[in-house]
Design a protein around this ligand. Sequence first.
Ligand code: HEM
Length: 457
Amino acid sequence: MTVESVQPQTSGTPAQLREPPLAGGAVPVFGHGLQLVRDPLDFMSRLRDHGDIVRLRLGPKTVYAVTTPELTGALALSPDFKIDGPVWESLVGLLGKEGVATANGPVHRRQRRTIQPAFRMDAIPAYGPIMEEEAHALTERWRPGETVDCTSESFRVAVRMAARCLLRGAFMDERAERLSTDLATVFRGMYRRMVVPLGPLYRLPFPANREFNRALADLHLLVDEIVAERRASGQKPDDLLTALLEAKDDNGEPIGEQEIHDQVVAIITPGAETIASTIMWLLQALAEHPEHAEKVRAEVESVTGGRPVGFEHVRSLRHTNNLILEAIRLRPAVWILTRRATADTALGDYRIPAGADIIYSPYAIQRDPRSYDRHLDFDPDRWLPERAKEVPKYAMSPFSVGNRKCPSDHFSMAQLSLITAAVTARYRFEPAADSRDTVRVGITLRPDNLRLRPLPW
Ligand code: HEM
């Protein structure tokens, strides 16, 4: 199958439309909820055996799950669906309603116009020196043979890169620690609230609830500090924060304080959590597949001629970039996405009623044996041009497509390439005795507690 041969199906004719089948395995009262809570990745991956779109019962609610690449593409590209639904509801508590990741309609379009220039392909080279510095600083801090706590290290470099490139934040170390601890707690709590919606129980003063509230409050305080500091400095560097502070609404009026706040949260939060989780999976892949780590090391050496890897080398690091894609394919940080139908509509041959919640899993799509030979093998060479063209359209869209597509795809790939190249040029990795690389499922996917020992080559 070629990429071009698969067109997104948006709808059949009304007479042909059917109701999606109910997925098997629902039990009274809970429906499919228990299975989703117990083993969400396996559950989402098995839904493809029940149909292209299936209905799920989550308690009293019906949710539609889309299981084929073509239909996830059609969903993401159709104007009949907006950002909403269970994941969205849980994110709004964190990101606020006025940031780009959660807004809809004209406000969302205006916000995308404000942030887009900072992420454009031609804006990325300006971030090169900061990315290089941070990637090399990471390797400088590590000591051969000493165990590295990959969770905190990955968060630290992710937060520092995003904050230094986009917000030009000073003194980010202390903030990176705070942000990473806060986000870990907040994301864990958000996920719990999403899969076990116990409503008012989360307002009771249990230790877990208190910890969640404290972390959330600190996260917002931190963003207020960043904004206040910039204002007090009187400086207006050419960066995303200046663009946000100077943004105007559709009437030409300055946007409100809440929107500025929510916008900063909406950029720094996904910028930290997704990149940090992906770095953890990359380090895990380098430890698990030493033959690929060696290939990356050799490639970096041949491209750089033994000099420190720099931004100008990133495009030539083919195997390194293929390894990153393969790590993202098997362990996508963003493993579940939601939408809500804004009108009675259709997806493929199925009828979708207005207000329906729809979910799909990039994790399940990117591991579908119908799209990938030896689908569970870690095989970076599947991204060589002659093989990559066999991958069906939308079977590998970890940054999504359409109007909600991640603005940071180029920015993220540049960060990930530099970090992977810098650490691999210097070290190979072995798991420490207490390392656990089992998947921890939350709003994002990450290893449970990855602890590696960097060793000299
Ligand atoms: C949206 C993935 C890194 C900022 C998204 C979406 C995906 C995604 C799948 C679309 C969500 C949807 O369709 O509902 C990723 C992955 C990343 C990554 C896999 C890294 C490996 C980043 C970084 C930033 C960022 C580094 C910022 C510095 C955003 C924002 C949105 C978004 C602001 C909302 C866009 C909108 O709704 O218009 N990301 N992302 N992401 N991402 Fe990323």
